[in-house]
Ligand binder design. Sequence first.
Ligand code: GDP
Length: 634
Amino acid sequence: MRVIGTAGHVDHGKSTLVEALTGTHPDRLKEEREREMTIDLGFAWLTLPGNEEIGIIDVPGHRDFIENMLSGVGGIDAALFVIAADEGVMPQTREHLSILNLLQVQGGVVALTKVDMVEDHEWLDLVEEEIGQALRGSILEDAPIIRVSGRNGTGIPELLHALDLCLAERPKRVDYGRPRLPVDRVFSIAGFGTIVTGTLGDGCLKVADEIEILPQKIRGRVRGLQTHKKKEEIAIPGSRTAVNISGVTVDQLSRGNVVVHPKDYRITGRFDARLSILTEASSALKHNAEVKLYIGSAEVLARLRVLGQEEIKPGDDGWVQFEVKQPVVTVRGDRYIIRRPSPGETLGGGVVLDPHPKGRHKRFAGQTVERLQALERGTPEDVFLQTLVGPGIAPLKDISARSNLGREPLQETIAALADGGHLLFLEPVNTENISPDMDVLVTNQAYWDSTSSTILVAISEYHQTYPLRRGMPREELKSRLKVSQRVFNALLGRLTSSGAILESGPLVSSADHEIRYNPQQQKAIDALMGRFSESPYAPPTVKECLAIVDDEVYQSLLDSGDLNQVASDVVFRGVDYEHLKSEVKTILQRQGTLTAAQFRDHFNTSRRYALAFLEHLDSRGITVRDGDVRRLRR
Ligand code: GDP
């Protein structure tokens, strides 16, 4: 389903024409009827001769009401550009045309209306010539001009036919599976409750869907749906949709809110964009200027960082970063308009390139502009990779959503990037069967190269600082990298499976890490081990060990298993420890119980060692104490 928006100077006959086309008078406010002037948006619908049902948004033309116009014009597929034959091109004719251009509305039809008021055909020819000049270089350059009268119906069938042709040439609305409804009206009806209307984009809404209203993050449920005053179970992209919401009151909502499925969209307080300043603008756009931003149906104050240049002159383009006063919902490719708050003036507009940039950009950093250029001009592959550059590493489904490429192009793009080795999967995935909404972490080669080398360097520095330690504690490495547990696990997983690092328990080490003692340390170790072999079951105490070797060496002997400390002051050689343990088990299997005294006598040691070793076995769950005796734990 699609929507046409009217545009054109005040009193040129837009509302009358919509009524002639649809049978519905779009002006909805009593005040409007009385003043015969459209203040707020009006809505109507009709079925074109080719059988497509379309919605029509009638926007106000009066200069004071241009801001209402902006909240409606964002979601339209084509323009019905109205120019009265008696007056020809007027100031708001030009301003509306500029806005349609900035929004890159994809074409439309020009209605030269009130022809019943003009007898003189030469005059009409002259007006058409003037219109042709005004439209030159605009999105309506090739639009047909149809002579009509809203009053006596002249030219209405031709106009309908032209609208039909115009839409037939345009792409249909795409279902990205992520509905969003920028709210342009909020009201309540007795017996129904809260109702919002808007032009639905990017997906379908269904009755009973759970919804979220952004930026407030209020949850509610779809109680009912209407498209063009008909009850529907499902509303499709491009339809003018009224949503009856349960669980939310009217005073919680306002124009500019966005209705979405929970978690499909994130609000943003900052985004990167391309901006064109109108040639007619009265001054250049300065860095840090405050503007009114119109995006979706929202109007918010924002500050603009001008990137890569001092200012943007009238007629020029540039890169900007918006800091918005209230969060908005936007995706790459959305169009917007900016106006000067006072005196009110349309300054320009453009396209959103990155709705969630990493942070505030340095104004004159070359990479920033390069990145935005790639996002603007790039192939789907460039766009996807550039979207990934922001977070560096992220779930595939998030990058898919943010790149806003559409489901089919996404599928192909992801497959091509994965095939070419540009897209790396950091968690196990069946590469035969990748879908864009998978919750699997991905990254690009550059990010992987730099992050993996950061990790390898950190580990190797650790080895240099502590050459006798087997590895770096995982937690220490994680806090250095400042990443989430999930990302950390994925990064280490990939490095481990590539064989670059080894993981053992809580430690990670370089694959080629070996513990090497210097000659002095080796001599001390030999001396120590000599002491152990003299009396393996009554060995030197920990304190005595530390008098022979230093702390680091002692720790490394524990790490390597050469020594095994069983109590605060009792340590055995690894081999002796294993022997003691298996002997105790054998004795217990044979005779059922063992006392400390029996242990002492059997191993020809002292009571102190016997108690320490048996308590250690208790603590390991190998034995249990029962009065004076130990038994095997079942
Ligand atoms: P809008 O402000 O562009 O929506 O203009 P309206 O539709 O409200 O029309 C403004 C005035 O022009 C009204 O008084 C209409 O009755 C009149 N009007 C509109 N269309 C025609 C037309 O085709 N012929 C004549 N004679 N008058 C028209």
